[in-house]
Design a protein around this ligand. Structure first.
Ligand SMILES: Cc1cc2nc3c(=O)[nH]c(=O)nc-3n(C[C@H](O)[C@H](O)[C@H](O)COP(=O)(O)OP(=O)(O)OC[C@H]3O[C@@H](n4cnc5c(N)ncnc54)[C@H](O)[C@@H]3O)c2cc1C
Length: 305
């Protein structure tokens, strides 16, 4: 399939990119890694008149600690997020999630900002970003800069709080606490690797062995990623018990209308949401135990067929 013709523009600075986007309005699309936009253009589901390539902007792929958080430039690729020693040590949930995305080619080109801005309901990062209570920074051509909490960012299928002309420039995630454990568990779509269901759990275990705090981000289940607040509420402040966790995770798709497609019916997705939520929480608890040998970070997945 060949996309409709378009004018390609490759600004050299972020300011220039923002100016171009202001000028072109909704006739323009941002190109980052191209791994979601180009397939849409080839299918003619998107036919922008202008494509503004931000993928060549320098200095927007940093990963650094700043003011007690880790700031990640929007152009950091999935491979960079996975390989980052800083993230592995201080926010391993994000590195683990990146390791689960697609195959090596996708991870080498796809970007954190592109994935979040695209808001595919089967994308992996949104589950982790929600569980981490991340902050998403967006800049616009009029010099405006705003911070959007992850909880407010995803609006619906392929739709976010980003306004036309805004560029997602940075994502900020918290540094892991000493008594915290986190895990991402995913039911892969066997061809692309996208999440039929994905669950990102982040929790802290208190001195008495109780779950002090818990956040559970879900992806793949409904038209947008969400926090499974019914599960969180059922577990917060409770002692760790297999039965309690299993009972709570039955609510992993509570209040959500699960998607139904050739890969999984709505009923099956609901069931898998519960299974993968349980697995993510169980592993996060294991990792939160201060004396337990933390299971090693998995190697990134190769091409799945
Ligand atoms: C074969 C294949 C398998 C895949 N498997 C998975 C998977 O298992 N899990 C998964 O999560 N993803 C998967 N993906 C998607 C992949 O992760 C994409 O890279 C990602 O969704 C989009 O990032 P990108 O940088 O390529 O964005 P692009 O394709 O360049 O852009 C995507 C959209 O976001 C907008 N955009 C991009 N950057 C910004 C920005 N900084 N600010 C504002 N808007 C922006 C664009 O205008 C466009 O609308 C797969 C893709 C392919 C082709």
């Amino acid at each position: 399939m060949i996309p409709a013709s378009f004018e390609y523009q490759a600004p050299k600075t972020l300011d220039e990119a923002l100016r171009l986007l202001s000028r072109h309005g909704d006739e323009a699309k941002i190109l980052a890694g191209g791994h979601s936009l180009l397939p849409l253009m080839k299918l003619r589901l998107a036919s922008p008149r202008y494509v503004v390539d931000i993928g060549r902007l320098r200095g927007m792929d940093y990963i650094r600690e700043e003011n007690g958080k880790i700031a990640i430039g929007a152009l950091a690729t999935h491979a960079q997020v996975f390989a980052s020693e800083l993230l592995r040590e201080k926010c391993p949930l994000l590195a683990e999630t990146a390791s689960e995305i697609g195959d090596m080619q996708v991870r080498n080109r796809g970007t954190l900002g592109g994935s979040l801005a695209h808001a595919d309901p089967a994308a992996d990062y949104p589950a982790a970003i929600l569980a981490l209570d991340a902050e998403i920074v967006a800049q616009s051509g009029d010099g405006g800069k705003r911070t959007i909490p992850a909880a407010d960012f995803f609006v619906d299928l392929l739709s976010t709080q980003l306004r036309p002309g805004e560029i997602l420039t940075e994502v900020r995630v918290p540094v892991k606490r000493a008594n915290e454990g986190a895990a991402y568990r995913k039911f892969h779509q066997p061809a692309s690797g996208f999440a039929i269901v994905g669950a990102a759990a982040r929790l802290a275990i208190g001195k008495g062995g109780k779950i002090e705090d818990i956040a559970l981000g879900m992806t793949g289940v409904g038209s947008k990623s969400y926090r499974a607040s019914a599960v969180e509420k059922a577990l917060r402040g409770k002692g760790v018990s297999e039965k309690l966790i299993a009972d709570a995770c039955v609510k992993a798709a509570h209040g959500v209308e699960p998607l139904s497609d050739i890969f999984a019916s709505a009923a099956y997705r609901r069931e898998m949401a519960s299974v993968f939520a349980r697995r993510a929480i169980a592993l996060a608890i294991e990792r939160a135990q201060p004396h337990a040998a933390a299971p090693p970070m998995p190697a990134a997945k190769g091409k799945r067929k």
